[in-house]
Ligand binder design. Structure first.
Ligand code: KIV
Ligand code: NA
Length: 265
């Protein structure tokens, strides 16, 4: 099996092959998604939400992310493993950002890192890329800035923010990012950005004009029960199936029908 690299991803944009990306936070899930042929597994800081139960992504630590990322990396043979740097690790000095990036690469087996933001963090991204670490940008709804935004609503609906997003995407390309995630922005804007840059855009809630798509795996499997944004397509009712399976197990134990003759030594 040939490993997907940042060059493979760039080649997909050039040939018009759409890029598939899903999040993963643990070994077993990563193994299944890798076998399914998902191109990029994103160890998202959304682990703070769907794994740990926090309301925002702010509390997750670099150590937490290294733990998740190393588990995912051990579960993949083909997928490119992309890992979020968590809030606070790359918004200060470029020296601190660089140190966090190097720790993640050394300790997790990640192949590339994702950082939220545009011009504000450009120098910090450059220092990381210059060290040979591939970086994916992330524009639009950047959840680490939720306290600035105030809501998880659609971004860049007004001209000023849309114009900044367009120039940020160009700046990220210029600095050497290999891709950029566009989260929750109008489809028309995402389409325009995708056409204006040579690097692939990966959308979530950003319409069909992006070069690839990403979803949080817990959401697309229906494991998160109450999260139902318009952009989400569910491919399973994992929550319902788990409740059913666990109820059946409990009933079998109570009834004394588990384990049976064949299930004991
Ligand atoms: O953390 C995450 O899951 C993400 C995706 C939604 C892009 O950043
Ligand atoms: Na994230």
């Amino acid at each position: 099996i040939k490993r997907v690299t940042t060059n493979t991803i760039l080649g997909m944009k050039q040939t018009g092959e759409k890029i598939s990306m899903l999040t993963a936070y643990d070994f077993s899930t990563a193994k299944a998604l890798d076998e399914a042929g998902i191109d990029i597994l994103l160890v998202g800081d959304s682990a703070a939400n769907v794994f740990a139960g926090y309301e925002t992504t702010l509390p997750i630590t670099l150590d937490n992310m290294i733990y998740h990322a190393s588990a995912v990396a051990r579960g993949t043979k083909r997928a490119l493993v992309l890992v979020d740097l968590p809030f606070g690790e790359y918004q200060g000095t470029s020296e601190d950002a660089f140190k966090a990036a190097v720790r993640m690469m050394k300790e997790s087996g990640a192949h590339a890192l994702k950082l939220e933001g545009g011009v504000e963090i450009l120098e910090n991204i450059k220092k990381i890329i210059d060290a040979g670490i591939p970086v994916c940008g992330h524009l639009g709804l950047t959840p680490q800035s939720i306290n600035k935004f105030g809501t998880f609503g659609v971004r860049a609906q007004e001209e000023a923010e849309a114009a900044k997003l367009k120039s940020d995407a160009l700046a990220l390309q210029e600095i050497g990012c290999f891709a950029v995630v566009l989260e929750k922005i109008p489809a028309k804007l995402a389409q325009e950005v995708s056409a204006s840059v040579a690097i692939p855009t990966i959308g979530i809630g950003a319409g069909n004009g992006c070069d690839g798509q990403v979803l949080v795996v817990n959401d697309m499997l229906g494991f998160t029960k109450d999260f139902k944004p318009k952009f989400l397509r569910r491919y399973m009712d994992m929550y319902g199936d788990m409740v059913q399976a666990a109820s059946q197990y409990a009933a079998d134990v109570k009834a004394g029908t588990y384990p049976n003759e064949q299930e004991q030594y």
